[in-house]
Design a protein around this ligand. Structure first.
Ligand SMILES: N[C@@H](CCC(=O)N[C@@H](CS)C(=O)NCC(=O)O)C(=O)O
Length: 213
């Protein structure tokens, strides 16, 4: 069975959980508690030398890392219920939307970055909040423009895609860091639809075995 090294609140692990659920795959969770530093244990570093979740352990014992690479793997290994459009130009647009969130925004809000700002650069809580709000707002504003151009029922047309898989987890982080979603009409509209989709519900942090408050 597929095994996902995951942390309930990790937006990157949440992306992979959504894709696994969407494609109807059977998988199990191996919790890695990020606040307890388990991502840096000697044992876990063998799976992911970057000391981050997610990592996906395949049936043949290979381990895959980097959520976008894992999404691409799942798409190729299990093409049914596709998360990328048929047309290759459309696929490039969906990948760009996924990367706005996972390459341009998420790395700047990650735990090790905010910890470094506080502990090594001596940034205050208020300064770190400014940092988070600035980069989240910039990225989400760009994402909104893409939605204005390409959204249908979902982020790209009427089919759930990798853009939706990346958006839903980012919505939780955006709210958690106190950024008002109401400023982006399309993001608000699409994300409310995603909240009602079973794969997104099952993959939600609240529904994970390691969930805690
Ligand atoms: N580019 C990586 C980023 C993974 C990542 O940032 N994971 C976060 C949780 S969302 C993490 O494990 N952080 C641990 C830390 O910062 O110490 C991916 O997409 O998989």
């Amino acid at each position: 069975m597929l095994k996902l090294y995951s942390y309930f609140r990790s937006s990157c692990a949440y992306r992979v959980r959504i894709a696994l659920e969407h494609k109807g795959l059977v998988w199990d969770t191996i919790p890695i508690h990020l606040l307890k530093g388990q991502q840096r244990s000697e044992e876990y570093l063998k799976n992911n030398p970057s000391a981050m979740v997610p990592a996906l352990l395949l049936e043949n014992e290979s381990v895959l890392t980097q959520s976008l690479a894992i999404l691409e793997y799942l798409e190729e290994a299990h093409p049914e219920k596709a998360l990328l459009p048929q047309n290759f130009q459309d696929r490039a647009i969906v990948r760009a939307m996924a990367q706005i969130i996972s390459v341009d925004v998420q790395p700047l809000q990650n735990l090790r970055v905010t910890r470094y700002l506080k502990e090594e650069i001596n940034a205050s809580e208020a300064q770190v909040n400014l940092w988070l709000k600035n980069f989240i707002t910039e990225g989400m504003s760009a994402f909104e423009v893409f939605l204005q151009r390409h959204a249908g029922i979902y982020c790209f047309g009427d089919q759930i895609s990798m853009a939706d898989v990346c958006l839903a987890p980012q919505i939780l982080s955006t709210l958690r860091f106190g950024v008002d979603l109401a400023q982006w009409s399309k993001i608000s509209e699409v994300s409310q639809r995603l909240e009602r989709i079973p794969a997104f519900i099952q993959a939600h942090p609240k529904n994970q075995p390691d969930f805690s408050v």
